[in-house]
Design a protein around this ligand. Sequence first.
Ligand SMILES: C[S@@+](CC[C@H](N)C(=O)[O-])C[C@H]1O[C@@H](n2cnc3c(N)ncnc32)[C@H](O)[C@@H]1O
Length: 356
Amino acid sequence: MAEITNGEVPNECDEIAQAQVDIWRFVFGFAEMAVAKCAVELGIPDILENQGDPMTLSQLSTRLSCSSTALFRVMRFLINRGIFKETVTKEGSTGYVQSPLSCLLTKDGNDSLAPLLLFQNSPVIITPWHFLSACVLDNNKSAFAYAHGKDTWKYCADNQDHNKFFDEAMACDTRRTVPAVLRGCPEVFTGLSSVVDVGGGDGTALRILIKTCPWIHGINFDLPHVLSLVPECEGVEHVGGDMFISVPKANVAFLKWVLHDWDDEKCIQILKNCKQAISEYGEAGKVIIVDAVIDVRGGDKLKDVGLMLDMVMLTHTNMGKERTAEEWGYVLSEAGFSSHTIKNIEAVSSVIVAFP
Ligand SMILES: C[S@@+](CC[C@H](N)C(=O)[O-])C[C@H]1O[C@@H](n2cnc3c(N)ncnc32)[C@H](O)[C@@H]1O
């Protein structure tokens, strides 16, 4: 066999050796998610955040009223994954401190993804993954429906606690993403009089938007049972309804993490109703979509997150999906929009602005 000297091309032996290592990520991949959940449930990121100074294992186990044996192993695993760090205390012992990753896992932090992590790790949300292969073989039924006998939205309607959990999980992403939208595309919001947030959940997006742009009248539009759980907010009107029937009129229709829940046919139907809602505003009307655009970020670290979200859509919705730029172009033109722009921001989602 000829000797290969070009180091850039992995030879088959390297690939096989690498596979022997990589396969374990798939075998035990769940451990990373489950142990991070354990740390969040125990409130360890909050304890370390509030403490400020490094905490020894014995201080942490005293605070949690537990023995240090299992706690030590959990911390060792998480530190190896970049969640928490070890440092030296003033007394010269080993102490734990927050890391950039564990700072994103406090219970109430503005940037925290802890509610989403807890939600994705909950039994209701984990069970449908066991039905993914069944769903691949029969596209007529979602994995969620195989697991729970109804779709996500009906399940939310029938289980208020789960619905609240769902809203909190969505809101924690919104608290990170909407400021990124405002930073990345401030021009999109200048001169607007009213915004309807279609599928706005608990109204978090409009609360943030109105703080920055107080001249905007916000309409938080969602299913009536969702709005029954939502607190009042000055400057935001909650309107219950069904986006497949009609959308309240406004200067702008805003949709974050909504269109990816639906197949192309349903997505086009929602977009047509949004186009109708902004029709009175002529050329000043627009639709702002905040969703992943997969593949536009060649080599981007977040590309893989877009692909993971696509698997979440496949598992939890009825053929919802993350879309490529071409797929977004297709649904927008089928819904009758004449043009659109796509801008990447510092988030998993991009901003798509569609013009009638
Ligand atoms: C994935 S969540 C996104 C929530 C919010 N936009 C966010 O990103 O935080 C999708 C939202 O669409 C709402 N929704 C589902 N079906 C709807 C319908 N037919 N009409 C109005 N809203 C609907 C859900 O209740 C939910 O709040």
